[in-house]
Design a protein around this ligand. Structure first.
Ligand code: GDP
Ligand code: MG
Length: 173
């Protein structure tokens, strides 16, 4: 049985972009669940990263909750159920905007619904920053406020940092 990794994060951090990069041209399954008048989609695909193979989930359901501003009030629902069955998570943030209040909400949500999951925090859109600038180091420092350890820097769009992601995932999978 393949390990399952869920990609979580507030809207627009690049979850779907990372999902698409990891599954490339392979088919994704889509689960539709009407719940509380909101349709939550979760896409599942087979990820390949170097020699790693895992099931990857794009948590669009969490995004729906986040955008409706009720991320903490809706404790049930498909996303939570699916996350409970995922052993691992990639928690995406947007390095260009810095830490957003909703990122902290997502962190709280993770602790509440998946206390056993210690997510890998990935600063996405890092191709837009230079590694030697203060803004990058500041972003990395700030990301540690989330309490999930040191972040890695990636770009779902360009593929930057996929080796770092591989190295973070490999010991866990
Ligand atoms: P989601 O809402 O978290 O699923 O985010 P999406 O994958 O839909 O991406 C939101 C926006 O960010 C889109 O306009 C993407 O093209 C853009 N985006 C995603 N990943 C990257 C990245 O690595 N670098 C840059 N510059 N933009 C990105
Ligand atoms: Mg998306």
């Amino acid at each position: 049985l393949l390990p399952t990794v869920m990609i979580v994060g507030r809207p627009n951090v690049g979850k779907s972009a990372l999902f698409n990069r990891l599954i490339r041209r392979r088919e994704a399954l889509v689960y539709n669940t009407p719940d509380d008048h909101v349709t939550r989609d979760i896409r599942e695909g087979l990820a390949k990263l170097g020699d790693l193979r895992f099931r990857v989930l794009d948590s669009a359901g969490l995004e729906t909750e986040a955008s409706s501003g009720s991320i903490l009030s809706r404790t049930a629902g498909m996303t939570a159920n699916v996350l409970t069955r995922s052993q691992f998570a990639i928690f995406l943030i947007d390095v260009r905007t810095g830490l957003h209040p909703l990122d902290k909400e997502v962190g709280k949500w993770l602790r509440r619904h998946a206390p056993g999951v210690n997510p890998i925090v990935a600063m996405n859109k890092s191709e837009s920053l230079h590694y030697d600038t203060d803004s990058f180091a500041e972003g990395a420092m700030e990301a540690q406020i989330l309490g999930f350890g040191e972040p890695i820097a990636i770009s779902a769009e360009t593929g930057l940092g996929m080796v770092a992601l591989y190295e973070a995932l490999r010991p866990m999978l």
